[in-house]
Ligand binder design. Structure first.
Ligand SMILES: [Zn+2]
Length: 125
């Protein structure tokens, strides 16, 4: 069933979402940018307060902050395979380690098994 007409998928995939997903909007971008800006600001404040004396606490805070931001990202976004159109979610670890190209991520599709630059989509809440 999934092996159908590939060009069809490519033609439709921008509008062709399953119920729980939607296209990324500019408000998603605003949310992400806001989060990254406050993250950078927190890093600066934490660095100012803790470095160099309490570097271990600093390292812990940075690791925790990074983990929180990535799990937020993992919870709110999924990826769509450009090859077969399958939408799938990834783990926090994959999100952290996978090569990232802004709105795309190099992932292996669980449906067709191809590695490609999957396109990010937002989860409906
Ligand atoms: Zn696929």
């Amino acid at each position: 069933m999934h092996k159908g007409n590939e060009s069809d998928h490519k033609l439709n995939y921008n509008g062709n979402y399953k119920g729980n997903y939607r296209k990324i909007t500019s408000s998603d971008w605003r949310g992400t940018i806001l989060l990254l800006v406050s993250y950078s600001a927190s890093i600066m404040i934490v660095s100012f307060l803790l470095l160099p004396d309490k570097w271990y606490l600093w390292a812990f805070m940075i690791a925790l902050g990074t983990f929180l931001i990535i799990s937020w990202h993992t919870k709110n976004f999924a990826y769509q395979c450009p090859n077969c159109g399958e939408i799938f979610e990834i783990s926090v670890v994959t999100d952290f380690l996978g090569p990232n190209g802004g709105t795309k991520k190099y992932l292996k599709c669980p449906n067709c098994g191809k590695r490609s630059w999957a396109v990010i989509v937002a989860k409906r809440k």
